[in-house]
Design a protein around this ligand. Structure first.
Ligand SMILES: [Zn+2]
Length: 129
């Protein structure tokens, strides 16, 4: 249990460092990270607007965040729950496999992102190209 706790703390510290570095990069480098899909094909991908969404979430501006990328805003609590339940299960029982619920949530999230990525180029779903 102690080894798993240390391992989990190390993983969380690395994730926190990466997120912090990403936020600092976004804030100081500039407003845009160029999307290959948008640059090459002129089509929005499922993650277009994510940078602006993160910037809006940092300011607690949920309306703007939802406008920038509604699918990711919806999926944040779902993926957060999945990650938290996965972490708790690992800490308590040492199991690294997904439960059926976690697998269903991840597959549904991926499906939502794929559908959103296609539909957002044809329907007015927030940010447009
Ligand atoms: Zn994109």
């Amino acid at each position: 249990m102690k080894k798993r706790l240390l391992y989990t703390a190390a993983v969380l510290a690395v994730l926190l460092a990466l997120v912090t570095a990403g936020i600092l990069f976004i804030e100081f480098y500039g407003r845009k990270i160029h999307c290959p899909s948008l640059t090459l094909f002129g089509q929005l991908c499922p993650f277009c607007g994510a940078t602006r969404m993160v910037r809006a979430l940092i300011r607690f501006d949920l309306t703007t965040a939802f406008y920038c990328n509604p699918a990711l805003v919806i999926l944040i609590p779902v993926l957060g729950f999945t990650a938290a339940s996965y972490g708790v299960r690992y800490l308590r029982f040492g199991r690294l496999n997904l439960t059926r619920l976690q697998a269903v949530l991840l597959i549904a999230s991926l499906a939502l992102l794929l559908i959103f990525g296609v539909l957002r180029n044809f329907l007015p779903l927030g940010l447009t190209a």
